[in-house]
Write a protein that binds this ligand. Structure first.
Ligand SMILES: *[C@@H]1O[C@H](CO)[C@@H](O)[C@H](O)[C@H]1NC(C)=O
Ligand SMILES: *[C@@H]1O[C@H](CO)[C@@H](O)[C@H](O)[C@H]1NC(C)=O
Length: 410
């Protein structure tokens, strides 16, 4: 009898211990909240769990498209090499010359005349890429312009971006399931309400709230656009009624160039003026400029085709994308567009006459003597030799101790 009692108690003690150990590991390996950001940059620590696919050859998206004119073989050569050196796979989407788009194909209104050919061509090329996402029913896709470059550490950067998008848009772990609506760390999400605060205190990247792991995409289950390649973003404006206010700040990102090398087309440049060197920020899109790179979900692509493909083409594509994200000029509000500053994709500028930089702008007769990429420290393009030699002594374009100012251009 005593022995049987002991066996019974022993059984329960063992069972309890097993449950405790199970729960411990369950929570410790919580992949959604990136429990150990100090090791987040080491892929060995994150190639499990829902973020794992960011390490794959399409950066955790279903496809990557690169938009550009077939005649620009120089850019295609550069992009193919750069992708090869990054273990990245993509498909080209042919760019369009505005003059080849007939008036009938451009939704318009009587309030303005047809836009310049350059703007029409850019709008149409991007819309062709977006249409492809809808047509093929892709879950997500990243669209890049054909002259962009990125850091050798792009996957780590995207991994950290994903941790931040989870914190900004995934429901809190503590929120009860069932019929009660989910709760979010950002009280102004998905859209500010009448009694919402105009701004929120900064969140620290190293102690993000614990959110439920996503199932649809490594970047989260509830977004339309990730605008990761731009030439300027504002932090959400206090007055904005449509843009959620949360701001995640990371102060020690060694992939961020020193402040003296950062520039923007959005003045004031709050990130540079108010935060120390090597600070990165993650937040919702406010007044993005340039569409160097952005990802879409299937939901986002359908909405964009509806709002920007089929409605009045009244201005340049990046402005239309801004209207889409912020619910302006007849576009529906409530879209979820997320971004990071500084941008992750930037223009690469090859050696040669300045006018090769663009088929649309006029850059005069100047000649560029040295290749460069805006703001990217360990540029893939500028480290092609290092990468092909299998070395890791990467050239840092923007070291800390060298004086000099940011060179601005578009
Ligand atoms: C990369 O991961 C994404 C997200 O899971 C997936 O849709 C895509 O097919 C993967 N890419 C490759 C080449 O396996
Ligand atoms: C598109 O894909 C989703 C799953 O990702 C599926 O449920 C849906 O039926 C597909 N639609 C079409 C038209 O194939």
């Amino acid at each position: 009898m005593a022995l049987r009692l002991f066996q019974k108690r022993g059984f329960w003690a063992l069972a309890t211990a097993l449950v405790v150990i199970f729960l411990f590991f369950q929570f410790r390996s919580d992949p959604g909240s990136g429990p150990n950001p100090s090791s987040a940059r080491d892929p060995r620590h994150w190639t499990r769990g829902p973020l794992r696919d960011i390490a794959n050859s399409t950066f955790g998206f279903e496809k990557i498209f690169v938009v550009g004119l077939p005649s620009r073989s120089d850019r295609r050569d550069g992009m193919v090499l750069q992708a090869a050196l990054s273990d990245m796979q993509f498909e080209f989407i042919d760019g369009v010359m505005g003059k080849d788009v007939p008036d009938k194909a451009v939704p318009s209104s009587p309030e303005h005349t047809r836009l310049a050919d350059a703007s029409i061509g850019s709008w149409r090329a991007h819309m062709n890429a977006v249409r492809e996402i809808v047509h093929r029913n892709l879950t997500t896709a990243l669209i890049l312009e054909d002259d962009v470059d990125w850091d050798v550490r792009i996957r780590d950067q995207l991994h950290d971006f994903a941790l931040s998008t989870h914190a900004l848009t995934q429901p809190l772990r503590s929120s009860p399931g069932g019929r009660t609506p989910p709760t979010y760390a950002d009280e102004t999400y998905p859209q500010p309400r009448d009694n919402s605060p105009e701004s929120l205190p900064d969140w620290d990247f190293h102690s993000l709230p614990s959110t439920t792991p996503p199932t649809a995409s490594p970047y989260g289950d509830n977004w339309d656009i990730l605008w990761v390649g731009h030439c300027g973003m504002h932090f959400p404006f206090k007055r904005s009624r449509t843009v959620p206010k949360a701001r995640i700040i990371r102060r020690d990102d060694e992939t961020v160039a020193p402040r003296k090398n950062l520039w923007t087309l959005n003045i004031p440049f709050t990130l540079k003026e108010n935060y120390p060197d090597h600070t990165r920020a993650y937040h919702h899109v406010q007044e993005g400029v340039c569409t160097l790179g952005y990802a879409l979900t299937q939901r986002g692509a359908r909405r964009l085709l509806h709002e920007v493909g089929l409605k009045d083409v009244s201005t340049a594509y990046d402005l239309l994308l801004r209207y889409f994200c912020e619910g302006e000029k007849g576009r529906k509000a409530g879209r979820q567009c997320l971004t990071t500053q500084p941008s992750l994709f930037h223009h690469h500028r090859m050696i040669g006459p300045m006018n090769i930089m663009s088929d649309i702008g006029d850059h005069g007769d100047a000649f560029r003597e040295t290749a460069m990429t805006d703001m990217v420290r360990w540029s893939v393009r500028l480290n092609a030799d290092v990468l092909m030699d299998g070395r890791t002594d990467f050239v840092n374009q923007y070291p800390d101790d060298v004086p000099g100012d940011a060179e601005q251009g578009v």
